[in-house]
Ligand binder design. Sequence first.
Ligand SMILES: [Zn+2]
Ligand SMILES: [Zn+2]
Ligand SMILES: [Zn+2]
Length: 367
Amino acid sequence: MATHRPSELAIGESTLEPPLTLSTETATPAAAQEAHVRELLNRWGSGGFFRLKYMGEKIFVDRIEQGAAYVVDLRTHYEERTFRQIEEPYGGGPVDDNRVPPDVWQVPVRPAAEFEQQVEKVVVPGTERVALCGGCAGNGRVVCPQCHGQGHRVCPNCGGTGMIEQQVAVAGPGDPKNNTMTAPRVLRRRCHCGGGQVRCSACAGNGAQTCGRCRGTGRTKTFEQLQARFYVVEGRQVLDDTPVADKALGELTGECELELKAPLITGHRQVSEKVGQCIAAELKKSHAIDARQQRVLAQSLNVARIPQTEVKYTYAGVERRLWICGKEERVFAPGAPWQRERYWLLVGGIVVAAAIVLVVLAFVLVR
Ligand SMILES: [Zn+2]
Ligand SMILES: [Zn+2]
Ligand SMILES: [Zn+2]
């Protein structure tokens, strides 16, 4: 009896005690997560001059929490139609003036491709009219505006006097020490124009020019031009409770929460209340248009869920927070500890360099 007891006890003890190999491999998910965070922070710490090296090992991790930010992207393709009255010279040809012009949205326009931005201009059918030119009253020619019909104008060289005065410097007696003294003298000569007038170059001396509005035809054609402008408006909203910059979050990858494309998005499947409210507001904004001039052609809605790991940690007795965001696991650590001595080293280096430059400059200038 006494002989086999110790062996029984030994077996019992060994089964109760945890095996020694369970130190790292079968660690709890929380421990594995913390190890991963520390590894990320070590890598982050070595990625910047002022960052704390091996930061992951130097901090005390208080808590790790999983959260998410949402990036709501809405693209809307619009068409806007406006009209303009156009006048152009009429030199003959068919005139489309004998039918009722169609309604704004009935005017045929080449449709734009999906989310294509462009401008199309078309003549509205039935709006062409031909009339006598208002610029020349049908003459085709107008009085030359440069010479007011004279055919000639004042010579620009002599200003109409026929003579050109020129001031020349002639060496004067001066004082004996300085022989550069000069005396001004005026020379007069005849201008090459003769009588102070030159032929008008704008009308070649005719006093009349071809009418620009009708290009000499005496008639113009007016019509309504429809301008269809296809444009895209993109809106991005970032729903985030952390101090991480929205712009930075928008550049990260996450999981697709919602993806929709429709001629006009009016509804979507169930999402969280916060995201739903944001989508509703964005859609409402995108649909607020003047229906007489604008219409929505297509919309696409994308909602991405960007994972965010919040790490509460303590370093040097101060509680701080940082975030690890996106599939990229980018670290955002505002207020993270940094290497102050490196800063002073840099400032000191700059001061010394500046001093050396000054000394060298002074040396060169003195010589
Ligand atoms: Zn004219
Ligand atoms: Zn002249
Ligand atoms: Zn002229």
